[in-house]
Design a protein around this ligand. Sequence first.
Ligand SMILES: [Ca+2]
Ligand SMILES: [Ca+2]
Ligand SMILES: [Ca+2]
Ligand SMILES: [Ca+2]
Length: 473
Amino acid sequence: MIPILPLLLLVATPQNVALTENFNTGTFPPTGWSQQKANPASTGWKRHAGSLRAWHEDEPLLVGQCNDLLISSSFSLVGFAEAFGHVDVEIKYPEFLANHPFSQADGETSLLYRSGGSGWVKAWTECRTSPGRSSFTSRVPNQFLGQASVELALLYVGKYAHETWIDVVQVDDARVAPGGGGGGGTQWPNIALPTTFLTAPFTEDFEAWAGVPPSFMALSALKSSSLLPDPEAWCSIAGGTVASSSGVRHLEMGLMPGSSNYHNVRNALVIGIDGAASPGWVLDFDVHDYGEEVHAFDGVWVSSDGQFWIQLLTPWGGYPTTWTTVSGLDLGQAGVPLDGNFYVMFAQEDNYPYANFDGVGVDDVVLRTAAGGGCGLAVTMVGTCPGPATFEIEGARPGSRVMLLYGAPGAHTWNGTPCTGLVLGLSGPKVGASWDPASAVLCLPVRLPSSACGLAVQAVDLDACCAGGVTIL
Ligand SMILES: [Ca+2]
Ligand SMILES: [Ca+2]
Ligand SMILES: [Ca+2]
Ligand SMILES: [Ca+2]
């Protein structure tokens, strides 16, 4: 029997709401809210009568430059260990956003926070390149946690630019938006969780267990179409199929060796980790990719609760078909607290047998302390390679210098100033861009040539000398 019921019960976690607004009734801006317009000719934010949302039009060219803040009532984040802002956003004419790869104007829609009436910090920016409506969840920057007088603002910038509609603005401690949407993590059903937590730091070479996972590990081997256990899914730490990176055993994930019943299977190893010894952790491991195709489930994921998973390493297809070391994957970029119990998942999905045109091997997993407590920098590519795309870089500390590097997947030790000794998750690093961010999120439009596909990108904080996670193009 599959333990679905206990999983469902776990989802009903208590939720503390600091602010919520749906713009349905009463005055506009709502009571306690205000509007700040740089240009008095701008109509600014108003209620869209047809859909009961906040709305900013693409105002006529004659109006000139708009720079309009819709500012919330003050709310308290005292007692919040984590907080998330959820906003339902619709965008029209995204090609008029300044960060669009083929931008025709200077438009921007962003979500900002401030405390005590000064110093706006950007936490989310509209990066979409096609029109649409969805709910976005972004983390409230840590400096606002515990503050009694916080405000958020929706910023519209543009001169005859895009149109934006906003609804259901909520700040709470839940990772998913009201109604279920949101980018605060992905739920993967029926993934087994370990029952204990291994104290970090640790090294795991899979040799000691004779193929039987210890209580801090859990293996899942599922049929992708049903998400039920599949005897032909192969998720094993017993060894003996092909050579390991060390010793005779490693984590093997694929279809069962020898099977010709080709169908997609979903395999996972979840390790329970007790990270109390440090606020930040970095993961190294050896990986052998046998020819994987890209699946959304593929990669390395982190979760604080075993329900909502944050992806740190994207699909396996970019890796060489030999044992390769992935070094310096900063778990801090997941944005979840790491100084307690949490989970790391190695996940694989594909349709051919392990070590036969598909499959992923993992060996020599090392969890070590992150210098400076982890970087928290994450790079997400929106779009495809080759082609126009946008890099979303999240988790930058306002005021710090950030550099975006690219190179072949691998490892490199920084050997000059200012970050001598910093281990990067790519080799032969080249500088793609650098800037002094005024906000925690950046959108960087890029045109990716086919020669860039398969390369790794990584953001580095030059003041903290720490690196974020590696993203494969
Ligand atoms: Ca509404
Ligand atoms: Ca081994
Ligand atoms: Ca795959
Ligand atoms: Ca395949």
